[in-house]
Design a protein. Structure first.
Length: 97
């Protein structure tokens, strides 16, 4: 298990929306770690520890995912479908933006 697990995965391709969301967390003094994925492909690689995130412990998944539906490469509905299809991530809470 990771020493500093990611608590929240933000999946957002719009830089301005991502910045506003991160600033809102900062203003709320959200102390948990947030990882930003900028497209659906990156989100899936992060969640399932593949590609650029190979070697990351897949069992130290984020506690919640904030997911934009309109994403490049892999759309948000497909990301959600793959998360729900895998027994390791089936119960991972996903909030659709």
């Amino acid at each position: 298990m990771s020493e500093h697990p990611i608590e929240l995965l933000l999946v957002e391709d719009n830089p301005r929306d991502a910045e506003l969301t991160l600033l809102a967390f900062q203003d709320m003094k959200f102390a948990n770690r947030v990882h930003l994925a900028r497209d659906g492909e990156e989100a899936l690689e992060f969640v399932f520890a593949t590609g650029r995130y190979a070697g990351r412990d897949v069992y130290s998944s984020p506690r919640v995912v904030l997911l934009d539906l309109k994403l490049p490469k892999v759309d948000g509905l497909e990301v959600l479908r793959r998360i729900r299809a895998d027994p390791r991530t089936r119960t991972l809470p996903v909030v659709v933006l």
